[in-house]
Design a protein around this ligand. Sequence first.
Ligand code: AMP
Length: 557
Amino acid sequence: MTGFSSFAELCEHVEGVSGSLQKIDLVAAFLAELEEAELAIVPNLVMGVVFPPGSDLVMGVGPSILYEALGRACGCSPDTISNMLRATGDPGLVAEQLAQRRRPIGFGAFVPQDQLSVIDVHRRFVDVARASGRRSQDIKVKNLQFLFSQASPLESRYLARLAIEDLRIGVGEGGVRDALAKAFSTPAGEVERGYNLTNDMGMVAVNAKRGTLTDLSVTINHPIKMMLAQLGEGIPAAMAEMGSAAVEWKYDGARVQIHKDGEQVRIYSRRLENVTSSLPEIVSAVGQEVTAETAILDGEAVALGDNGRPLPFQQILKRFRRKYKVKKLAAEIPLTLFIFDLIYLNGRSVIDLSLTDRRKLLSEICGPRLLAEQVVSDRPERVEEIYQSALDGGHEGIMLKNPASVYAPGKRGKNWLKIKPVMETLDLVVIGARWGEGRRATLLGSYRLACRNLESGTLLDVGWVATGLSDETLAELTEIFKDLIVVEKAMEVELKPAVIFEVAYEEIQRSPNYSSGYALRFPRLVTVRDDKSLEDADTIDRVVSLYKMQRGRNSTA
Ligand code: AMP
């Protein structure tokens, strides 16, 4: 049986080397030695995943539960833990330092009672995930506390990170894929195919060891990765490339993958989380309108307002997140389902059929109320008309799909092209920043942005930009902003407004959280506008007018 200490040592080694090939070699050598029961778990753990997407188990541990458990196991106060966190930015290192300090009463040094195995740790994690009801927090804390009380300092580092599913050793899907290919002398493409179909690296690993990877197929009640779209460069270019295209509206909603297994319906979100209990009307619509005994359907759930136009994305998110009083919210924000693809039908996968054939099967089992409209055309003028009608309806644009294409799970290819209006960028003033975490603790990791109010001469914040910045960019930015720091409060700094960021975003939303009353959804830094001064930054008036222009949709909520 493999000790959790060996896993922790592996993680320490992998974390310590920077080259991805070295990381892969270390992981491959470790995986090759595991027993099947361990192999079903460890490849996911290496990616910081305790339960794979679609599993009925979810850890449900946030920082507060983790710190409570650490505090209890090590006998220290929440204040001590927050001070340590401020210094390291890493819950794993805090757990490690706390375990080093720990001295059981009357003993010189910490001696663990039993060696924890990887399987023991996973079993405890199952208990953590299963905890439900009023006492669930307490049960989670107690189970974690037990683990920390048994763990060595190094084990504690990785236990803490696993508990919040953020392992920070720099190995993702691609790394584990290559490590499995190496460990079991299998083509990486086969491993990837298996993963796209099952989303469970453990299941893939066991099959790779047995030499049965090609037997893996789509299975009902196991979500598969969704097929994705590329951004097309306008209708004429896309049509020239595709010839004849299957054209559908690009509905402005949220992706859902629906598994109908007899009477039972399960719904998975784009991130493959099981969201069934939040979406009762979708469950009943599928029960009523889909005649197949078993099917996996792909579609979009949309919140339509009274005027038939889509409500802002935030409203849909509310529905997806809601766990309690679901019916009440469902009555306020009802969702409409549009099904556009079929993945599995009556016991067999249909992903290798062409879109044309899948669509034909879909229309035979799906009532017209749920079926997304589709027009096959090779005439750009006709496609342009559909595009206009989609925009007029308040939706995002259209999808052009290659009628001959198979369903490619997890692929963002040329067989699905999205056509949508290009959003204008905003030039915003950087007024604050936040220090990063972990290896980014010495870098300013995210930036607070503001627009100008010409009348009052003040700056109004519109949110933060963080994601998508490389370490190199962050280092350069930190260098620029170091001398502009006005006040430093815990992890946040206030900056002298001097630098302008050009920022792209998916959408402008209303928000009570920012003084402008608006927030940017998915902001990305396009470039630092060295050429612009404060006077050139965009005003609140421009933010408001872009908000109103957004595809002419409902702007009431
Ligand atoms: P994007 O998120 O911009 O990459 O666009 C892809 C997303 O558009 C998908 O993940 C779906 O959620 C959504 N979508 C809306 N309508 C369709 C459609 N007819 N076909 C495929 N995806 C659609």
